[in-house]
Design a protein around this ligand. Structure first.
Ligand code: FES
Length: 106
């Protein structure tokens, strides 16, 4: 499987072009942390903290949100219609070219 391109826009508006492996069961939160971007991922990817919240800025088709993700976003701050939990977006070839903007820290 190939690596994919992921663009992250940080909270200052800077673009970061990341390369994500699709064969390591990684998600966007973990990829951001690997690149030392300011994503806390406090719950370790369990959809229980929302510190990995980001906004989808590309027209990348993503899987439906799980009930756990929707419940967490229900309680989070700065939520928009494009909000997603980074830890619930798994790196796969389907999301190559995705653009995400980090949500403000709550
Ligand atoms: S890391 Fe906690 S909700 Fe994503």
């Amino acid at each position: 499987m190939a690596d994919i391109n992921v663009t992250i826009i940080d909270r200052e508006g800077n673009l970061h072009e990341l390369i994500g492996p699709t064969d390591m069961s990684m998600n966007i939160m973990e990829l951001c942390k690997a690149y030392e971007l300011p994503v806390l991922g406090e719950c370790g990817g369990m959809a229980m903290c929302a510190t990995c919240q980001c906004y989808l800025e590309s027209d990348t088709p993503l899987d439906e949100q799980s009930d756990a993700e929707l419940d967490m976003l229900d309680q989070a701050f700065f939520v928009k219609s494009t909000s997603r939990l980074g830890c619930q977006i798994h790196l796969s070839e389907e999301i190559d070219g995705i653009v995400l903007r980090l949500a403000p820290e709550a």
